[in-house]
Ligand binder design. Structure first.
Ligand SMILES: *Cc1c(COP(=O)(O)O)cnc(C)c1O
Length: 423
């Protein structure tokens, strides 16, 4: 890819960007009478303009119809969740019957582990990232303890090699192989939250299966960020939240994937009334008659208010298409990488170390910039210029230019501020 370190270049890239219209369909926080430069779509995505209208529709129907809204609302609440399978499927590369919008991420991980972490005396180990998001580690540790195992022994974290910033796939495969007799589950992020590394989920899943274990992924930083093919990769299960790259609002409804091959048979699961077949649900039968889809994992009736915002966001993703989004994303993040490398070259020393893989196939849109010593000072300085990025102790700035609403000009202006802050 050809890049230039100039505002004109950035503006011309935006001019020819087929997705440029989407920026106007989001609401940006303001700082000193102008829109902020927003790079934290990896933490809380911006609000789609349509979210308000979708939410107000449900508030109005609630006001005017009360309980009748379950069947008489414009979008009846009884079946409100049903279109979500089709909306989510293309984002994660699944069949519509394999995905459900429900619950919250950590809750869902626990529910999925009821089905996919069923340790025995001999087979009880879990492989994860050593630097996984803490909530995932707490979930894994408590699952191991719940089953009577010591997490110190049962939960194995993998780290990059000494002096390296990301984990080699060959090391993951070797660890799986080494533990093959005792391994119950490989549960990793699709994209690591800290360094932005995208894992080779297909290869990891294959290795887990060869070892006789299940493979599941936490897609909090992958859903809406990278192209996924969960079904084709034969992944057993996955879960994600919708408030990061999926722009569905703080704490909004999350999502799960369960591979079709687990939909029938006697896989154990915790169940609730929304997992029973909709045709017989309201007969209030004593016996659970499950859906033979991922909906069988669904416990409760749909949280319509948060799903309204989620729907507005998912429609934007479907309109833009993951192919176009990932194409732009690679360019946008490639441009950021180019400009950061230029800063290092121009100062003659490597002040900024990029912790994210330099191979576009091993990352999403986020770059994690390590600034030795003065990180916090640099971060405060760019924040004072209206840039919203994310600080991670002790010295890392995470920057996520997202293809739906970030521009090449955003990236250029970020790099310019970063350079000035360093000088
Ligand atoms: C953001 C994030 C979470 C947050 O979990 P919630 O249950 O939504 O609060 C968990 N795991 C990962 C990997 C995350 O990135």
């Amino acid at each position: 890819m050809h890049f230039e370190d100039s505002l004109e270049f950035a503006i011309s890239q935006d001019h020819y960007d087929p997705l440029r219209e989407f920026r106007g369909r989001f609401l940006f926080p303001r700082y000193n009478d102008r829109d902020v430069l927003y790079f934290t779509g990896n933490s809380l995505g911006l609000q789609p303009r349509a979210a308000r209208e979708y939410l107000v529709q449900e508030l109005e129907d609630w006001k005017n119809l009360g309980v009748e809204g379950h069947f008489n609302a414009k979008n009846p609440w009884f079946s409100y969740h049903e279109p979500f399978g089709a909306l989510l499927a293309p984002l994660v590369g699944a069949l519509p019957t394999e995905v459900v919008a429900m619950g919250s991420l950590t809750n869902n991980l626990h529910l999925l582990m009821v089905s996919f972490y069923r340790p025995t005396k001999k087979r009880y180990k879990i492989i994860c990232e050593q630097k996984s998001f803490p909530s995932d580690l707490y979930a894994l540790d408590s699952q191991a303890r719940f089953h009577g195992f010591d997490p110190a022994n049962a939960v194995i974290g993998i780290s990059p090699r000494e002096g390296e910033s990301w984990i080699r796939t060959e090391d993951i495969l070797a660890l799986i192989h080494k533990n093959r007799k005792e391994l119950a589950l490989v549960m990793m992020g699709g994209v690591n939250y800290y360094n932005g590394q995208l894992f080779d989920m297909e290869t990891i899943t294959k290795a887990a299966h060869e070892a006789g274990a299940y493979a599941g992924f936490d897609l909090a930083h992958a859903a809406g960020n990278v192209a996924l093919s969960l079904h084709a990769w034969d992944v057993d299960f996955a879960a994600w939240c919708s408030y990061k790259y999926l722009n569905s609002g703080p704490g909004s409804v999350a999502g799960i994937f369960v591979h079709e091959k687990h939909h029938t048979g006697n896989i154990p699961r915790f169940e609730g009334w929304w997992g029973t077949d909709a045709r017989t649900r309201f007969m209030m039968n004593r016996t659970f008659a499950p859906f033979h889809t991922a909906e069988a994992w669904q416990l409760s009736n749909a949280p319509v208010l948060s799903m309204a915002a989620h729907r507005a966001a998912l429609e934007l993703f479907n309109e833009a298409g993951m192919d176009a989004l990932t194409q732009k994303s690679r360019k946008l993040t490639g441009y950021l990488e180019f400009l950061v490398n230029r800063i290092n070259e121009s100062t003659g020393e490597r002040q900024i170390r990029i912790l994210t893989p330099d191979d576009p196939a091993q990352r999403g849109c986020q770059l994690s910039l390590e600034i030795e010593g003065r990180g916090k000072e640099v971060f405060s300085s760019i924040s004072a210029r209206g840039i919203v990025a994310d600080w991670r102790e002790p010295n890392v700035i995470r920057v996520a230019p997202v293809p739906l609403y970030n521009s090449f000009q955003d990236v250029f202006e970020f790099a310019r501020s970063l350079k000035e802050a360093l000088q």
